[in-house]
Design a protein around this ligand. Structure first.
Ligand SMILES: [Zn+2]
Length: 435
């Protein structure tokens, strides 16, 4: 089985060198971040979009492709769901959630541990996962079950990052850290942009996502740039990145108006672990993310823990989704950006729900509180509902109507490309979703 990808080349974002080594992680000359390089592939771009029910539907668009086999667990093709109630609560015209948490490993970003464990196992490779010492046991169950050797390392994410680099250099193992250390991973993230465009049949005004080092943001930006270059769109969305105030090196640089990012000092305490990256030793990655945010006319903000947990709860109440705190941070960021008049009220906004909450229940915080134990009598439940001012009737017609309305707004991901002869623009035709 040949796992070495076929590809054209990388370009160093710092010195401009062309790098042809397929598994290069940084520029061998200057250590700069590598980007995939575009060649004549652009001409064949649209014709290579397939119907596969996985990320590999976009294999023709990806500049790095497996030579002989594609490892898949059925990832990608995630739903884009409109949420009128949450849009109203956030005071914006239209809000769509790209629910990446339905991916086979429960996320698209911020949880590389789980993806690495599952996909390495699928490929028949051994994997070693280096995790910060304070990662809760609940988060380690999935990778251990999937066969990864989990090693807890003293320190935080940056300490693990440095150790992974050192191990990879000394052993020749491939480092799958989801920073820009991994240009192949970044290439995969771009498919989120293609899917969003295909499902929305348009470009949103703003796209919002949580970021640590930010390869998801850089990749989504590049994905939309692909679409723009291929004349599929008239522009690209402004990208709003959201961090936790407990670890916000990129947001602080944005606030200061700096181009350079300073690594975060001190200990990191946030429930949004998926984006808790101090960037010590690789602040250049944060600066690259910052450049992308600015290039799209976007911004980087940071949210307090209370706002993040409030959004987590709000997503449950209004959208019936249980997400991880990093994903909730993005929603909190939308509210702050609307209040700060950064996102106009009439804007169409897409928010990437990067991870499910099932992997790690927040501990030591009051997201939910349990009350007394009740006797198994219907009277007890009726009494409880009356006491709390709820609907005592067993059938709630308004809820049924809302559910039906919600279902009709679900957009299936199956789509077809259609080219408009008059304008020369390409469109995707989207098969109607279930009513
Ligand atoms: Zn270089």
């Amino acid at each position: 089985m040949d796992l070495v990808p076929s590809f054209e080349s990388f370009r160093c974002t710092r010195c401009g060198a062309t790098v042809r080594e397929a598994l290069a992680q940084r520029c061998p000359g200057c250590g700069g971040i590598l980007e995939t390089r575009y060649g004549d592939r652009e001409q064949r771009w649209l014709s290579e979009w397939t119907d596969e029910q996985s990320l590999w539907a976009f294999r023709g668009l990806l500049l790095i492709r497996p030579a002989t086999c594609a490892i898949t667990l059925g990832e990608g093709r995630t739903p884009l769901v409109t949420t009128p109630d949450l849009a109203e609560a956030l005071n914006i015209g239209s809000l769509w959630l790209k629910i990446e948490s339905v991916n086979p490993t429960g996320s698209s970003s911020g949880n590389a541990l789980h993806a690495q464990a599952a996909y390495a196992a699928r490929a028949g490779l051994r994997s070693i996962a280096l995790v910060p010492e304070n990662v809760p046991t609940s988060r380690l169950v999935q990778p251990i079950v999937c066969g990864a050797r989990v090693v807890r390392v003293r320190g935080d994410y940056s300490d693990c990052h440095r150790f992974a680099l050192e191990l990879a250099q000394k052993t020749g193992w491939y480092n799958t850290a989801t920073t820009y250390e991994n240009p192949i991973c970044v290439e995969g993230y771009k498919t989120i942009s293609y899917e969003v465009w295909g499902q929305l049949d348009d470009v949103a005004d703003w796209l919002v996502l949580p970021v640590g080092a930010g390869p998801l943001l850089g990749a989504v930006g590049r994905g939309f740039e692909d679409l723009f270059r291929q004349r599929c769109t008239d522009g690209i969305p402004a990208l709003l990145s959201v961090q936790s105030t407990e670890c916000a090196p990129v947001a602080r640089a944005f606030e200061r108006g700096d181009d350079a990012v300073t690594p975060w000092k001190g200990e990191v305490h946030t429930t949004a672990r998926g984006i808790a990256d101090p960037l010590r030793g690789y602040a250049e990655d944060g600066a690259y993310t910052l450049r992308w945010a600015k290039r799209t006319g976007g911004a980087v903000v940071s949210m307090e823990e209370d706002a993040i947990l409030g959004a987590l709860s709000e997503l449950g109440h209004t959208c019936h989704l249980y997400v991880d705190p990093a994903a909730a941070a993005a929603v909190a960021g939308i509210r702050a950006a609307v209040r700060g008049e950064l996102i106009p009220e009439e804007a169409t906004v897409v928010c990437i729900i990067t991870g499910t909450g099932f992997k790690e229940v927040p501990v030591g915080i009051s997201v939910v509180e349990l009350d007394e134990v009740f006797a198994p009598h219907t009277d007890a439940i009726a009494h409880l509902l009356r006491k709390e001012g709820g609907n005592v009737g067993w059938k709630d017609r308004e809820a049924t109507r809302r559910a039906r309305n919600c279902a009709s707004r679900y957009r299936d991901t199956a789509c077809r490309i259609r080219s408009c002869q008059a304008s020369g623009r390409h469109h995707l035709r989207i098969r109607p979703g279930p009513a």
